[in-house]
Ligand binder design. Structure first.
Ligand SMILES: *[C@@H]1O[C@H](CO)[C@@H](O)[C@H](O)[C@H]1NC(C)=O
Ligand SMILES: *[C@@H]1O[C@H](CO)[C@@H](O)[C@H](O)[C@H]1NC(C)=O
Ligand SMILES: *[C@@H]1O[C@H](CO)[C@@H](O)[C@H](O)[C@H]1NC(C)=O
Ligand SMILES: *[C@@H]1O[C@H](CO)[C@@H](O)[C@H](O)[C@H]1NC(C)=O
Ligand SMILES: *[C@@H]1O[C@H](CO)[C@@H](O)[C@H](O)[C@H]1NC(C)=O
Ligand SMILES: *[C@@H]1O[C@H](CO)[C@@H](O)[C@H](O)[C@H]1NC(C)=O
Length: 184
């Protein structure tokens, strides 16, 4: 009996320990970005933003670089498309200032340009044409910079966070595009 107990205690302790480790380790493992995501996001200006953006898509945990390219350009496209159609349209309705209106007009053109370039990138991806992707992402990103500059000197510029998001989403797209073309 004494012997039996002396073995059963460590056994249960071990079972408990294994369960404890399993329960506490698994959420951390699920949150850990894939090696590919890690490699891509490590090359961007904001690692956290990059991981969060890519993981907003349920395909990311199983994505190869081709799928990840679709995800990133899709996110940038949706962001730009939405900014044009809903957000800027709202801002126009909300202002009576001529000057503000004029600046918004500039941003509206910038975003239409971004949408069209990102649409082109998406079509390129569909036809597995990779060489122009990084430049298209760059043009879309520059469009967001141009819009940002348009509101320079204005306190709390209206599209600041939208511009920042688009710029960083384009950066992710450009980084992934370089995986295909081998340039860095
Ligand atoms: C992340 O980037 C740093 C330098 O920018 C580099 O030293 C490191 O090896 C990179 N890590 C990965 C996982 O790519
Ligand atoms: C990076 O992105 C995260 C998540 O979007 C944000 O909370 C943080 O402020 C950003 N950091 C910088 C330096 O912009
Ligand atoms: C872009 O916005 C337009 C207008 O709201 C919408 O009809 C279209 O479906 C959007 N495109 C995509 C691919 O979501
Ligand atoms: C785009 O705008 C629509 C309507 O406001 C909204 O329901 C949707 O969540 C937005 N999508 C993104 C990705 O911002
Ligand atoms: C426009 O104004 C309305 C009412 O003041 C406000 O709820 C909405 O958030 C504004 N839209 C934008 C895009 O700033
Ligand atoms: C974006 O703007 C920068 C700075 O003006 C410029 O050097 C770069 O060539 C532009 N990129 C594209 C793709 O137009």
């Amino acid at each position: 009996m004494t012997r039996y107990h002396s073995f059963s205690v460590p056994y249960h302790t071990l079972t408990f320990l294994v369960c404890f480790i399993f329960i506490h380790a698994s959420p951390a493992a699920a949150d850990k970005p894939t090696e590919l995501v890690d490699q891509v996001c490590n090359q961007t200006s904001n690692y956290t933003f990059c991981v969060e953006a890519l993981y907003s898509d349920s395909r990311t945990p199983d994505a190869d670089s081709y799928t990840l390219a679709f995800i990133s350009f899709g996110l940038a496209y949706t962001n730009a498309n939405n900014t044009t159609d809903y957000y800027i349209a709202e801002l126009f309705k909300n202002t009576s200032s001529q000057d503000y209106h004029y600046r918004l007009e500039t941003c509206s053109h910038d975003y239409l340009r971004a949408v069209s370039k990102l649409e082109e990138a998406y079509n390129d991806l569909n036809s597995e044409t990779f060489f122009g992707l990084a430049e298209l992402a760059g043009i879309a990103s520059n469009a967001s910079d141009h819009c940002q500059d348009t509101f320079k000197g204005i306190s709390s510029p209206p599209l600041e966070s939208r511009n920042g998001d688009l710029k960083r989403l384009c950066e992710i797209g450009a980084t992934i595009a370089k995986l295909f073309t081998g340039s860095s």
